[in-house]
Write a new protein. Structure first.
Length: 206
């Protein structure tokens, strides 16, 4: 049995979003082929995802200085605790699924905030004399991304996701692209059909 952590980085609903159509096709197929696995979901637009902020940095500084967690302000305690909770949730998962749209050639800001909770020196990577080394072993990643144009995984957002996860040790990485509909709207039905079929196929083997 595996635990799958699904990161929904899109603010719209399935009926409005090509990204989420692909995500739900993936999840439905995955559940059918892996009925004993557990799926945990995070909606980055509904759940509490702390950003790196003054209270977080101040709380960390106090803890590094040897202060007890209970001495932090209420705000510092809440943000540090939630940040750590998200880190632990990632560490406990066996498989990761991220779904987002390509906006302005980049990932959504809320997705970057979540990624900040999992790229932690001493926890998911470490510094050595020869440079940083990832500490995460055995995890698999599927990245679902929609875009109006066709980039074939060479856009900055796709490359960033692949590289930042490789940095912490996650190198088993599969891309599912839903792309080109804005440039070829007359092909929307066929592009979407092929993308959803691909998502279902990837899910069965994930």
């Amino acid at each position: 049995m595996s635990t799958v952590l699904v990161i929904n980085a899109h603010p719209l609903t399935q009926s409005e979003s090509r990204t989420l159509k692909a995500l739900e096709a993936f999840i439905t197929s995955y559940q059918a082929s892996h009925p004993d696995d557990t799926i945990e979901r995070i909606n980055l637009y509904e759940d509490n995802i702390p950003e790196v902020s003054a209270p977080l940095l101040q709380g960390w500084a106090k803890l590094r200085a040897g202060e007890a967690f209970e001495t932090l302000t209420d705000e510092e305690q809440q943000i540090v605790a939630r940040f750590n909770e998200l880190t632990e949730q990632f560490l406990a998962a066996d498989k990761i699924v991220i779904a987002n749209a390509l906006w302005n050639l980049n990932i959504p800001t809320k997705l970057k905030a979540w990624i900040d909770t999992i790229v932690i020196a001493g926890t998911t990577f470490k510094y050595t004399e020869n440079g940083p080394v990832g500490l995460i072993e055995g995890k698999k990643l599927v990245h679902i991304q929609s875009s109006g144009g066709v980039y074939n995984g060479q856009d900055f957002a796709s490359q960033y996701i692949q590289n930042i996860f490789a940095f912490i040790g996650v190198t088993d990485h599969t891309k599912i692209n839903v792309e080109g509909i804005d440039h070829q709207p007359h092909l929307e039905a066929s592009i979407l059909e092929a993308s959803l079929a691909n998502a279902e196929n990837v899910a069965r083997e994930f």
